[in-house]
Design a protein around this ligand. Structure first.
Ligand code: COA
Length: 167
């Protein structure tokens, strides 16, 4: 399997929205479910256009041929007091888990953050998501706190670990 990694372009908008619905339905680990995110294709394309010109944020795709099988996001903002910080989010289609794609994305996301002057990368991960936590630890993230009742799914609550990587 040859996976290509590249930055998401406005022309990826429709496929990326379908991808978000698919991964949202494959685990309860994300901030959204099978409905995906509430963006139209036009809104998503505009968002991706903006990111292509951003000096601190990016969305990376992992592609098997033309098909998106993973994505990752580094997000920052221009506030002078926060410009040393980024947040990170990542996902891979379930059928592709365990093939190193998450690691391939992490490597590139961290390199992007470093190259744009980041000093700290932060994320939140469900405390029982051992697979994701193993991935983050592999790249040097450490937990520094637990947000009790971070997620509410139906009537069930789930905690989340706060993790940081200091570059
Ligand atoms: C978390 C996720 C991105 C990992 O992607 P992946 O492509 O499977 O990751 P990799 O194959 O690079 O594996 C990364 C590490 O996870 C660990 N790992 C792999 N398979 C695992 C499994 N089945 N269970 C627990 N840990 C596992 C290993 O330590 C591995 O590193 P190594 O192979 O070098 O030892 C993917 O499972 C996913 O998208 N999950 C659903 C969405 C999600 O949870 N996103 C994170 C939200 S915070």
């Amino acid at each position: 399997m040859e996976i290509i990694y590249r930055q998401a372009q406005p022309s990826d908008a429709a496929q990326l929205l379908s991808y978000m619905k698919a991964i949202g339905g494959e685990s309860d680990n994300l901030t959204f479910g099978a409905d995906g995110i509430p963006f139209s294709v036009e809104q998503e394309a505009q968002f991706l256009e903006k990111l292509c010109n951003s000096s601190h944020s990016t969305i990376l795709l992992a592609l098997d041929g033309e098909t998106i099988v993973g994505n990752g996001c580094i997000d920052g903002n221009g506030n002078p007091r926060f410009r040393h910080r980024r947040s990170l989010a990542i996902s891979v289609r379930k059928a592709y888990w365990g093939n190193g794609i998450g690691s391939g994305l992490m490597e590139r996301l961290i390199a992007f953050a470093r190259g744009t002057g980041a000093e700290v990368i932060s994320l939140e991960v469900r405390s029982d998501n051992d697979h994701a936590k193993a991935l983050y630890r592999k790249f040097g993230f450490t937990s520094f706190g637990v947000f009790r009742k971070f997620f509410k799914l139906g009537e069930a609550y789930f905690d989340a670990d706060y993790m940081n990587l200091y570059l």
